[in-house]
Design a protein around this ligand. Structure first.
Ligand SMILES: Cc1ncc(COP(=O)(O)O)c(C=O)c1O
Length: 448
Protein backbone atom coordinates (compact mmCIF):
# COMPACT_ATOMS: atom_id res chain seq x y z
CA UNK A 1 0.00 0.00 0.00
CA UNK A 2 1.36 3.36 -0.92
CA UNK A 3 1.17 6.29 1.48
CA UNK A 4 1.67 8.90 -1.22
CA UNK A 5 -1.50 9.78 -3.10
CA UNK A 6 -1.31 12.70 -5.48
CA UNK A 7 -4.43 14.25 -7.01
CA UNK A 8 -2.84 17.47 -8.35
CA UNK A 9 0.61 18.60 -9.33
CA UNK A 10 2.77 19.51 -6.34
CA UNK A 11 2.47 22.24 -5.30
CA UNK A 12 -1.24 22.32 -6.12
CA UNK A 13 -3.31 25.48 -6.63
CA UNK A 14 -4.34 25.84 -2.99
CA UNK A 15 -0.79 25.43 -1.75
CA UNK A 16 0.32 28.12 -4.19
CA UNK A 17 -2.53 30.37 -3.10
CA UNK A 18 -1.58 30.11 0.58
CA UNK A 19 2.10 30.53 -0.26
CA UNK A 20 1.29 33.78 -2.09
CA UNK A 21 -0.73 35.03 0.90
CA UNK A 22 2.09 34.02 3.23
CA UNK A 23 4.64 35.86 1.12
CA UNK A 24 2.47 38.98 1.11
CA UNK A 25 1.75 38.84 4.85
CA UNK A 26 5.09 37.71 6.31
CA UNK A 27 8.67 38.89 5.76
CA UNK A 28 10.95 37.53 3.05
CA UNK A 29 13.44 36.46 5.69
CA UNK A 30 11.05 33.92 7.24
CA UNK A 31 12.51 30.58 6.17
CA UNK A 32 10.37 28.20 4.07
CA UNK A 33 11.90 25.11 2.58
CA UNK A 34 8.97 23.87 0.48
CA UNK A 35 5.95 25.43 -1.28
CA UNK A 36 3.52 23.11 0.54
CA UNK A 37 0.44 24.13 2.51
CA UNK A 38 -0.48 21.36 4.94
CA UNK A 39 -3.86 20.90 6.58
CA UNK A 40 -3.52 17.56 8.35
CA UNK A 41 -1.15 14.83 9.40
CA UNK A 42 -1.25 11.33 10.78
CA UNK A 43 1.81 9.22 11.52
CA UNK A 44 4.31 9.84 8.73
CA UNK A 45 1.73 11.10 6.23
CA UNK A 46 0.51 14.66 5.74
CA UNK A 47 -2.40 15.98 3.70
CA UNK A 48 -1.97 19.19 1.78
CA UNK A 49 -4.54 21.87 1.03
CA UNK A 50 -5.29 20.27 -2.36
CA UNK A 51 -6.03 16.85 -0.89
CA UNK A 52 -2.68 15.29 -1.80
CA UNK A 53 -1.10 12.86 0.65
CA UNK A 54 2.64 13.13 1.09
CA UNK A 55 5.23 11.17 3.05
CA UNK A 56 6.97 13.41 5.56
CA UNK A 57 10.69 12.69 5.83
CA UNK A 58 11.37 16.11 7.37
CA UNK A 59 9.11 15.88 10.41
CA UNK A 60 9.15 19.66 10.87
CA UNK A 61 12.99 19.46 11.02
CA UNK A 62 13.06 16.50 13.34
CA UNK A 63 10.42 17.46 15.88
CA UNK A 64 8.10 14.56 15.19
CA UNK A 65 9.84 11.35 16.22
CA UNK A 66 6.44 10.12 17.40
CA UNK A 67 4.78 11.15 14.12
CA UNK A 68 1.86 13.46 13.46
CA UNK A 69 -1.12 13.49 15.86
CA UNK A 70 -0.37 10.33 17.90
CA UNK A 71 -3.73 9.49 19.52
CA UNK A 72 -2.46 9.26 23.13
CA UNK A 73 -0.78 12.66 22.90
CA UNK A 74 -3.75 14.30 21.21
CA UNK A 75 -6.04 12.89 23.93
CA UNK A 76 -3.77 14.11 26.73
CA UNK A 77 -3.64 17.58 25.19
CA UNK A 78 -7.39 17.72 24.66
CA UNK A 79 -8.00 16.79 28.28
CA UNK A 80 -5.40 19.28 29.51
CA UNK A 81 -6.79 22.06 27.31
CA UNK A 82 -10.23 21.50 28.79
CA UNK A 83 -8.86 21.64 32.36
CA UNK A 84 -6.14 24.30 32.32
CA UNK A 85 -4.22 25.85 29.44
CA UNK A 86 -1.82 27.74 31.66
CA UNK A 87 -1.55 29.87 34.74
CA UNK A 88 2.15 30.58 34.25
CA UNK A 89 4.85 28.54 35.98
CA UNK A 90 6.42 31.71 37.36
CA UNK A 91 3.16 32.33 39.21
CA UNK A 92 2.04 28.82 40.16
CA UNK A 93 3.17 25.17 39.93
CA UNK A 94 1.56 22.64 37.61
CA UNK A 95 2.09 18.89 37.70
CA UNK A 96 2.80 18.19 34.00
CA UNK A 97 5.91 20.41 34.06
CA UNK A 98 7.18 18.69 37.20
CA UNK A 99 6.56 15.28 35.63
CA UNK A 100 8.58 16.25 32.55
CA UNK A 101 11.45 17.50 34.72
CA UNK A 102 11.41 14.30 36.78
CA UNK A 103 11.41 12.14 33.66
CA UNK A 104 14.29 14.04 32.08
CA UNK A 105 16.28 13.88 35.30
CA UNK A 106 15.81 10.11 35.28
CA UNK A 107 16.42 9.46 31.58
CA UNK A 108 19.33 11.73 30.65
CA UNK A 109 22.84 10.20 30.82
CA UNK A 110 24.48 9.92 34.27
CA UNK A 111 23.36 8.68 37.69
CA UNK A 112 24.15 11.88 39.59
CA UNK A 113 21.42 14.11 41.08
CA UNK A 114 19.93 16.25 38.31
CA UNK A 115 17.52 19.12 37.78
CA UNK A 116 15.67 20.32 34.69
CA UNK A 117 14.69 23.78 33.47
CA UNK A 118 11.88 23.95 30.90
CA UNK A 119 11.91 26.56 28.15
CA UNK A 120 9.92 27.11 24.94
CA UNK A 121 12.46 26.65 22.17
CA UNK A 122 15.81 25.07 21.52
CA UNK A 123 17.54 28.42 21.28
CA UNK A 124 16.14 29.46 24.64
CA UNK A 125 17.32 26.19 26.19
CA UNK A 126 20.86 26.59 24.84
CA UNK A 127 20.94 30.21 25.97
CA UNK A 128 19.76 29.20 29.44
CA UNK A 129 22.34 26.40 29.59
CA UNK A 130 25.06 28.97 28.92
CA UNK A 131 23.68 31.32 31.58
CA UNK A 132 23.67 28.45 34.07
CA UNK A 133 27.25 27.47 33.17
CA UNK A 134 28.37 31.08 33.53
CA UNK A 135 26.66 31.49 36.89
CA UNK A 136 28.23 28.24 38.10
CA UNK A 137 31.79 29.00 36.96
CA UNK A 138 31.83 32.77 37.27
CA UNK A 139 33.47 32.77 33.81
CA UNK A 140 32.26 33.97 30.42
CA UNK A 141 34.10 32.12 27.63
CA UNK A 142 32.55 29.51 25.36
CA UNK A 143 34.15 27.05 22.97
CA UNK A 144 31.94 25.96 20.07
CA UNK A 145 32.55 24.24 16.75
CA UNK A 146 32.34 25.00 13.05
CA UNK A 147 29.15 23.73 11.47
CA UNK A 148 27.28 24.06 14.76
CA UNK A 149 23.73 25.35 14.90
CA UNK A 150 22.47 26.44 18.29
CA UNK A 151 19.59 28.81 17.45
CA UNK A 152 18.73 32.32 16.35
CA UNK A 153 18.84 34.49 19.47
CA UNK A 154 21.83 36.81 19.58
CA UNK A 155 23.93 34.56 21.81
CA UNK A 156 22.96 31.32 20.06
CA UNK A 157 23.49 32.95 16.64
CA UNK A 158 26.92 33.96 17.87
CA UNK A 159 27.54 30.30 18.67
CA UNK A 160 26.06 29.17 15.34
CA UNK A 161 28.56 28.73 12.57
CA UNK A 162 27.04 28.94 9.08
CA UNK A 163 27.29 32.65 8.37
CA UNK A 164 25.59 33.46 5.07
CA UNK A 165 22.29 31.72 5.77
CA UNK A 166 21.84 32.50 9.45
CA UNK A 167 23.94 35.50 10.48
CA UNK A 168 24.42 37.86 7.56
CA UNK A 169 23.51 41.42 8.49
CA UNK A 170 22.55 40.51 12.06
CA UNK A 171 25.71 41.43 13.97
CA UNK A 172 27.27 42.55 16.20
CA UNK A 173 27.39 39.17 17.86
CA UNK A 174 28.06 38.25 21.46
CA UNK A 175 31.69 38.25 22.61
CA UNK A 176 33.72 35.44 24.20
CA UNK A 177 32.71 32.75 21.69
CA UNK A 178 35.71 30.75 20.41
CA UNK A 179 35.18 28.46 17.43
CA UNK A 180 37.21 25.38 16.53
CA UNK A 181 37.08 23.26 13.37
CA UNK A 182 34.81 20.24 13.57
CA UNK A 183 36.20 16.87 12.48
CA UNK A 184 34.54 16.20 9.14
CA UNK A 185 35.53 12.64 8.28
CA UNK A 186 34.52 13.03 4.65
CA UNK A 187 36.59 16.17 4.14
CA UNK A 188 39.69 15.26 6.12
CA UNK A 189 43.09 15.76 4.43
CA UNK A 190 43.79 13.00 1.90
CA UNK A 191 47.06 12.05 3.53
CA UNK A 192 45.61 11.75 7.04
CA UNK A 193 44.25 8.46 8.33
CA UNK A 194 41.04 8.56 10.31
CA UNK A 195 42.67 8.02 13.69
CA UNK A 196 45.42 10.59 13.11
CA UNK A 197 42.83 13.11 12.05
CA UNK A 198 40.68 12.59 15.16
CA UNK A 199 43.80 12.87 17.33
CA UNK A 200 44.68 16.13 15.58
CA UNK A 201 41.30 17.57 16.60
CA UNK A 202 41.75 16.42 20.20
CA UNK A 203 45.20 18.05 20.31
CA UNK A 204 43.80 21.16 18.67
CA UNK A 205 41.26 21.53 21.45
CA UNK A 206 44.02 21.43 24.06
CA UNK A 207 46.03 23.84 21.92
CA UNK A 208 43.07 26.26 21.96
CA UNK A 209 43.42 26.54 25.73
CA UNK A 210 46.81 28.14 25.08
CA UNK A 211 46.16 29.88 21.78
CA UNK A 212 42.64 31.19 22.21
CA UNK A 213 41.31 31.19 25.77
CA UNK A 214 42.74 30.30 29.16
CA UNK A 215 40.71 27.67 31.03
CA UNK A 216 40.28 30.14 33.89
CA UNK A 217 38.10 32.23 31.56
CA UNK A 218 36.23 29.31 30.01
CA UNK A 219 32.69 28.62 31.23
CA UNK A 220 31.62 25.86 28.84
CA UNK A 221 32.39 23.75 25.82
CA UNK A 222 29.21 23.28 23.79
CA UNK A 223 28.94 20.47 21.27
CA UNK A 224 26.30 18.68 19.25
CA UNK A 225 27.01 14.93 19.55
CA UNK A 226 25.83 14.77 15.93
CA UNK A 227 25.94 18.01 13.95
CA UNK A 228 22.37 18.64 12.81
CA UNK A 229 22.14 21.67 10.57
CA UNK A 230 25.87 21.21 9.92
CA UNK A 231 25.28 18.01 7.97
CA UNK A 232 24.75 15.01 10.26
CA UNK A 233 28.40 14.52 11.15
CA UNK A 234 28.74 12.36 14.26
CA UNK A 235 31.28 13.78 16.71
CA UNK A 236 34.05 11.16 17.03
CA UNK A 237 33.87 9.62 20.54
CA UNK A 238 37.56 10.46 21.30
CA UNK A 239 36.76 14.15 20.84
CA UNK A 240 33.79 13.89 23.21
CA UNK A 241 36.05 12.10 25.70
CA UNK A 242 38.70 14.81 25.35
CA UNK A 243 36.10 17.50 26.00
CA UNK A 244 35.01 15.56 29.09
CA UNK A 245 38.63 15.33 30.32
CA UNK A 246 39.34 19.01 29.74
CA UNK A 247 36.12 20.01 31.50
CA UNK A 248 37.03 17.80 34.48
CA UNK A 249 40.60 19.14 34.62
CA UNK A 250 39.58 22.79 34.56
CA UNK A 251 36.12 22.95 36.11
CA UNK A 252 34.55 23.78 32.74
CA UNK A 253 30.91 22.81 32.04
CA UNK A 254 30.39 20.31 29.22
CA UNK A 255 27.13 21.08 27.41
CA UNK A 256 25.75 18.59 24.90
CA UNK A 257 23.23 20.23 22.59
CA UNK A 258 20.85 17.39 21.73
CA UNK A 259 17.98 19.50 20.48
CA UNK A 260 18.16 17.74 17.11
CA UNK A 261 20.06 14.52 17.90
CA UNK A 262 18.13 13.65 21.07
CA UNK A 263 14.89 11.85 21.72
CA UNK A 264 15.44 8.71 19.72
CA UNK A 265 16.76 10.41 16.60
CA UNK A 266 19.91 8.28 16.52
CA UNK A 267 18.29 5.11 17.84
CA UNK A 268 19.18 5.80 21.46
CA UNK A 269 17.37 8.27 23.68
CA UNK A 270 20.37 10.62 23.44
CA UNK A 271 23.08 10.51 20.78
CA UNK A 272 25.88 10.94 23.31
CA UNK A 273 25.00 7.53 24.74
CA UNK A 274 26.72 6.01 21.67
CA UNK A 275 30.01 7.40 23.00
CA UNK A 276 29.40 6.61 26.67
CA UNK A 277 30.28 10.18 27.67
CA UNK A 278 28.23 11.96 30.34
CA UNK A 279 27.89 15.73 29.82
CA UNK A 280 27.25 18.13 32.70
CA UNK A 281 24.28 19.75 30.97
CA UNK A 282 22.20 18.44 28.10
CA UNK A 283 19.65 20.35 26.07
CA UNK A 284 16.62 18.70 24.51
CA UNK A 285 13.81 20.06 22.34
CA UNK A 286 12.19 19.28 19.01
CA UNK A 287 10.88 15.69 19.37
CA UNK A 288 10.63 16.18 23.14
CA UNK A 289 7.39 18.08 22.59
CA UNK A 290 5.88 16.08 19.73
CA UNK A 291 5.40 19.36 17.88
CA UNK A 292 4.58 21.57 20.86
CA UNK A 293 7.00 24.37 21.76
CA UNK A 294 8.93 22.99 24.69
CA UNK A 295 12.65 22.51 25.29
CA UNK A 296 14.76 21.71 28.31
CA UNK A 297 18.12 21.97 30.02
CA UNK A 298 18.90 19.03 32.28
CA UNK A 299 22.04 18.61 34.30
CA UNK A 300 24.00 18.25 37.49
CA UNK A 301 21.92 19.61 40.33
CA UNK A 302 24.74 21.71 41.76
CA UNK A 303 25.33 23.41 38.39
CA UNK A 304 21.62 23.86 37.65
CA UNK A 305 21.17 25.46 41.09
CA UNK A 306 23.90 28.07 40.52
CA UNK A 307 21.71 30.92 39.20
CA UNK A 308 20.01 33.03 41.87
CA UNK A 309 16.32 32.38 42.69
CA UNK A 310 14.18 34.10 40.04
CA UNK A 311 16.99 34.28 37.52
CA UNK A 312 15.52 31.70 35.15
CA UNK A 313 12.18 31.19 33.45
CA UNK A 314 9.67 32.80 31.12
CA UNK A 315 5.94 33.45 30.76
CA UNK A 316 5.24 30.26 28.83
CA UNK A 317 8.02 28.02 30.17
CA UNK A 318 6.66 24.62 31.16
CA UNK A 319 3.10 25.50 30.11
CA UNK A 320 0.82 22.54 30.88
CA UNK A 321 -0.39 21.99 27.31
CA UNK A 322 3.16 21.61 26.00
CA UNK A 323 4.24 19.71 29.09
CA UNK A 324 1.58 16.99 28.73
CA UNK A 325 2.63 16.55 25.10
CA UNK A 326 6.23 16.16 26.28
CA UNK A 327 5.25 13.81 29.11
CA UNK A 328 3.47 11.51 26.64
CA UNK A 329 6.21 11.80 23.99
CA UNK A 330 8.81 10.82 26.58
CA UNK A 331 6.69 7.83 27.54
CA UNK A 332 6.51 6.66 23.92
CA UNK A 333 10.10 7.35 22.87
CA UNK A 334 11.78 5.93 25.98
CA UNK A 335 10.16 2.52 25.38
CA UNK A 336 12.91 0.04 24.37
CA UNK A 337 10.71 -1.22 21.52
CA UNK A 338 10.42 2.31 20.09
CA UNK A 339 14.18 2.77 20.11
CA UNK A 340 14.73 -0.69 18.68
CA UNK A 341 12.39 0.13 15.81
CA UNK A 342 14.22 3.45 15.30
CA UNK A 343 17.48 1.53 14.87
CA UNK A 344 15.86 -0.89 12.42
CA UNK A 345 14.50 2.07 10.44
CA UNK A 346 18.02 3.47 10.38
CA UNK A 347 19.48 0.27 8.97
CA UNK A 348 16.89 -0.02 6.23
CA UNK A 349 17.21 3.65 5.31
CA UNK A 350 21.01 3.46 5.26
CA UNK A 351 21.11 0.54 2.87
CA UNK A 352 18.70 2.38 0.55
CA UNK A 353 20.84 5.53 0.67
CA UNK A 354 23.97 3.51 -0.03
CA UNK A 355 22.27 2.06 -3.10
CA UNK A 356 21.47 5.60 -4.28
CA UNK A 357 25.13 6.48 -3.76
CA UNK A 358 26.25 3.39 -5.70
CA UNK A 359 23.93 4.39 -8.57
CA UNK A 360 25.21 7.99 -8.57
CA UNK A 361 28.87 7.92 -7.54
CA UNK A 362 29.53 11.21 -9.31
CA UNK A 363 26.81 13.01 -7.38
CA UNK A 364 26.65 11.43 -3.92
CA UNK A 365 29.98 11.86 -2.16
CA UNK A 366 29.00 10.55 1.24
CA UNK A 367 26.25 8.71 3.11
CA UNK A 368 26.54 9.21 6.84
CA UNK A 369 24.88 9.72 10.17
CA UNK A 370 24.12 7.78 13.30
CA UNK A 371 21.24 5.28 13.51
CA UNK A 372 18.25 6.71 11.63
CA UNK A 373 19.71 10.26 11.60
CA UNK A 374 21.07 10.02 8.06
CA UNK A 375 22.03 12.25 5.16
CA UNK A 376 23.59 12.21 1.72
CA UNK A 377 26.25 14.77 0.78
CA UNK A 378 26.12 15.95 -2.84
CA UNK A 379 29.22 17.00 -4.75
CA UNK A 380 30.02 18.26 -8.24
CA UNK A 381 32.86 15.79 -8.44
CA UNK A 382 33.81 13.02 -6.01
CA UNK A 383 37.54 13.74 -6.30
CA UNK A 384 37.49 17.51 -5.72
CA UNK A 385 34.46 17.08 -3.38
CA UNK A 386 33.23 20.50 -4.46
CA UNK A 387 29.82 20.90 -2.79
CA UNK A 388 26.79 20.91 -5.09
CA UNK A 389 24.19 23.10 -3.45
CA UNK A 390 22.10 23.48 -6.63
CA UNK A 391 21.80 19.74 -7.18
CA UNK A 392 20.79 19.35 -3.53
CA UNK A 393 18.02 21.91 -3.88
CA UNK A 394 16.95 20.21 -7.12
CA UNK A 395 16.80 16.76 -5.48
CA UNK A 396 14.68 18.08 -2.60
CA UNK A 397 12.34 19.88 -5.03
CA UNK A 398 12.06 16.77 -7.23
CA UNK A 399 11.25 14.65 -4.18
CA UNK A 400 8.57 17.08 -3.04
CA UNK A 401 7.01 17.10 -6.53
CA UNK A 402 6.74 13.31 -6.23
CA UNK A 403 5.16 13.44 -2.78
CA UNK A 404 8.11 13.05 -0.40
CA UNK A 405 9.01 15.95 1.90
CA UNK A 406 12.80 16.06 2.08
CA UNK A 407 14.98 18.96 3.19
CA UNK A 408 18.61 19.98 3.01
CA UNK A 409 21.33 20.59 5.57
CA UNK A 410 25.08 21.12 5.70
CA UNK A 411 27.53 23.96 6.03
CA UNK A 412 27.38 24.18 2.22
CA UNK A 413 23.65 23.39 2.03
CA UNK A 414 24.66 20.34 -0.01
CA UNK A 415 23.22 17.51 2.08
CA UNK A 416 19.81 15.88 1.83
CA UNK A 417 18.89 15.01 5.40
CA UNK A 418 16.28 12.57 6.61
CA UNK A 419 14.41 13.37 9.82
CA UNK A 420 11.31 11.19 9.43
CA UNK A 421 8.95 10.16 12.19
CA UNK A 422 10.55 7.12 13.81
CA UNK A 423 7.41 5.08 13.36
CA UNK A 424 7.79 4.48 9.63
CA UNK A 425 6.61 1.11 8.35
CA UNK A 426 8.93 -0.84 6.08
CA UNK A 427 6.58 -0.03 3.18
CA UNK A 428 6.88 3.68 3.93
CA UNK A 429 10.67 3.46 4.13
CA UNK A 430 10.83 1.70 0.78
CA UNK A 431 8.35 4.08 -0.80
CA UNK A 432 10.28 7.11 0.45
CA UNK A 433 13.59 5.65 -0.74
CA UNK A 434 12.03 4.91 -4.13
CA UNK A 435 10.95 8.54 -4.49
CA UNK A 436 14.34 9.78 -3.39
CA UNK A 437 16.04 7.47 -5.92
CA UNK A 438 13.78 8.82 -8.68
CA UNK A 439 14.62 12.38 -7.62
CA UNK A 440 18.34 11.59 -7.85
CA UNK A 441 17.84 9.91 -11.25
CA UNK A 442 16.11 13.05 -12.50
CA UNK A 443 18.80 15.42 -11.25
CA UNK A 444 21.64 13.20 -12.47
CA UNK A 445 20.01 12.95 -15.92
CA UNK A 446 19.69 16.74 -16.07
CA UNK A 447 23.38 17.04 -15.24
CA UNK A 448 24.57 14.84 -18.05
C1 LIG B 1 21.31 21.41 17.73
C2 LIG B 1 20.29 22.48 17.77
N1 LIG B 1 20.32 23.38 18.76
C3 LIG B 1 19.42 24.36 18.86
C4 LIG B 1 18.41 24.51 17.92
C5 LIG B 1 17.45 25.64 18.05
O1 LIG B 1 16.17 25.13 18.32
P1 LIG B 1 14.87 26.06 18.08
O2 LIG B 1 14.71 26.14 16.58
O3 LIG B 1 13.78 25.29 18.74
O4 LIG B 1 15.15 27.36 18.70
C6 LIG B 1 18.34 23.60 16.86
C7 LIG B 1 17.30 23.74 15.82
O5 LIG B 1 17.40 23.24 14.73
C8 LIG B 1 19.30 22.56 16.78
O6 LIG B 1 19.27 21.68 15.77
Amino acid sequence: VSSIKLVTEIPGPRSLELLARREAATPNGAAKLTPLAIVGGSGAVVTDADGNQLLDFAGGIGMLAVGHTPPSIVAAMQQQAAELVSAGNIVVSTEPAVEVAEALNRLTPGDHPKKTLLMNSGAEAVEAAVSIARAHTGRGGLIVFEGAYHGRTNLTLSMTSKYALFKKGFGPFAPEVYRLPFPNRYRRPDDMGEQAWVEWHCRNLRHALIAQIDPSALAAIVIEPVLGEGGFLPTPPPLLQTIREICDEHGVVMIADEIQSGFGRTGTLFAIEHAGVVPDLITSGKSLGAGMPIAAVTGRAEIMDAPHPGGLGGTYSGAPLAAVAAREAIRIISEPAFLERARAIGERLRSGLEKIQADHPGLVGDVRGLGPMLCLELVKDPVSKEPDMDATAAVCAAAVRRGLIAIRAGLYSNCVRLLPPLILTDDQIDEGLGVLAAAFDEVAAGRS
